[in-house]
Design a protein around this ligand. Structure first.
Ligand code: FAD
Ligand code: NAG
Length: 433
């Protein structure tokens, strides 16, 4: 077989965003011989983010990167999940791994910031990979036939063969290159605010979920840094409430966001008063409308979208990180197969065609899911709580665990199993000698 473009050291790739997808892509591209520059807007790696987990194929991919053990060692130490009433008494408990692929707590539970760090370290140590922090793309000067030229925030103008946008759900460059045509933002009518608080004796080793009246949920989870991660979520019950949450989620005004959280959750018992009191001191409040990104085509000439930029699925699926990792692997694989003189769009098209069916299935959340998890009336709340309690008692693989996590089966036989529909491609360039 002829040597690929990447293997000849010919492929020059610029990646925007050092989150989850960016470093994963850089690692695999470097392995195939490409030269990669990763730009990150933040002056340092973003340490923020709450629990995420890895499922299915993504476990295979990080295993190939040699970081699976590091990920395991960095787990959040959470022992399982319990549902508690307004006095904190558990009425349903799910142990670690219970519920199989739909488990509420899996073995691969890790904080987003820890995972980002592990992936960055792996990528950064590869020859041919260069990270530049505090640097962004100012504009794409030319997305041409033979190269893509961009102007950086530093004022330099640089030229690459390929530009990969992996800079998150609200990528500015996606807007510039792709416009809004073909972009669909699917609103799941659910809002979340989360942050870190000091851990106290009432927190324990379990993730605790409290379903409060009027479509509100409060959640705490232990982490491996000696602190507690708190999360407040709501499904608005009328237009005015919706408008207030939408405004806060679009705003960068932390005070506005905190005031809303306090006024909307102030009457809840359990740990809520303490968590709200601690909010002022938290420096990592993350406030989000639960919205999906769908893009009709993931590439345009020499520019391609990856991870949340192309297909953010929302935390309701539990698959955002796994999709970013799977997508990075596939995109790097197809790029590594390019022959000298071949246009990168050939690789982009193969990535789009191969991955899109899986992404679509992952994004297909039944419309009623946020509402079921946030029951409005007292009676529906009682029904949901009874169902959850029954599920915890009678069934290990219950419908509720599947609702909470992903709507996909992810069978983890000895931890490593491919779950993509298409047979997982083994790219020759990736085979480790
Ligand atoms: C701070 C933060 C906290 C998060 N917390 C959670 C969470 O608790 N639970 C959850 O399910 N998901 C969370 N997510 C989303 C989750 O990380 C993604 O769904 C998933 O991992 C896909 O990763 P990604 O690499 O595509 O995007 P992201 O992880 O969003 O990474 C994008 C990266 O691009 C950088 N960036 C943004 N704009 C530019 C630019 N113009 N130029 C260069 N770099 C840029 C960002 O700083 C970030 O490092 C969080 C994301 C972020 C950024
Ligand atoms: C989770 O991390 C703790 C502390 O590092 C470790 O003792 C434990 O074995 C880890 N769990 C798994 C499943 O690897």
């Amino acid at each position: 077989m002829a040597s690929s473009l990447a293997a000849q050291g010919g492929l020059r790739v610029l990646v925007s965003g050092a989150g989850i997808a960016g470093p994963t892509l850089a690692w695999f591209l470097a392995r195939s011989g490409a030269r990669v520059t990763v730009l990150e807007r933040a002056s340092d790696l973003l340490a923020q983010g709450q629990n995420i987990d890895l499922r299915g194929t993504a476990l295979n991919v990080v295993h190939q990167m040699g970081v699976l053990d590091a990920i395991r060692a960095c787990n959040t130490t959470e022992k399982g999940t319990e549902f508690v009433d307004d006095r904190g008494r558990p009425f349903a408990t799910f142990a670690l791994g219970e519920g199989g692929g739909g488990a509420l707590t899996t073995e691969y539970e890790i904080l987003r910031g820890d995972l980002a760090h592990i992936l960055y370290k792996a990528a950064e140590s590869q020859p041919g990979v260069d990270f530049r922090f505090g640097t962004t793309i100012e504009r794409v000067v030319e997305n041409g036939e033979s190269a893509v030229r961009v102007e950086l925030s530093s004022g330099e103008e640089v030229e690459y063969d390929v530009l990969v946008l992996a800079d998150g759900q609200w990528s500015k460059m996606r807007k510039q290159v792709f416009g809004t045509e073909g972009l669909e933002v699917v609103d799941k009518n659910c809002y979340v605010g989360y942050y870190t608080v000091p851990r106290t004796s009432e927190d324990g080793e379990m993730s605790c979920i409290h379903i409060a009246p009027r479509s509100r949920v409060v959640l705490t989870r232990p982490d491996n840094h000696g602190t507690t991660r708190a999360s407040f979520s709501i499904v608005p019950n009328d237009a005015a409430q919706k408008e207030a949450w939408e405004r806060a989620s679009r705003s960068r005004d932390r005070k506005l966001q905190m005031d809303l959280l306090r006024s909307e959750f102030g009457d809840i018992g359990w740990k809520a008063p303490r968590l709200l009191r601690e909010m002022d001191a938290a420096d990592d409040l993350y406030f989000q409308g639960v919205q999906q990104i769908r893009l009709a085509k993931w590439y345009k000439n020499r520019v391609v979208c990856l991870g949340d930029t192309a297909y953010a699925p929302t935390p309701l699926t539990g698959m955002g990180t796994s999709l970013a990792i799977d997508g990075a692997y596939l995109l790097a694989g197809h790029l590594s197969q390019l022959q000298p003189g071949q246009h990168p769009a050939t690789a982009f098209q193969a990535y789009d065609e191969q991955f899109r069916p899986f992404v679509s299935k992952t994004q297909a959340i039944p419309f009623f899911v946020p509402r079921i998890l946030h029951p409005q009336a007292a009676w529906s709340r009682w029904i949901v709580q009874t169902l959850i309690a029954t599920a915890a008692r009678v069934s290990r693989l219950s419908w509720i665990t599947k609702l909470f996590a992903t709507n996909k089966p992810t069978t983890l036989s000895d931890g490593l199993v491919a779950e993509l529909d298409a047979p997982f491609p083994s790219f020759p360039a990736f085979r480790r000698s």
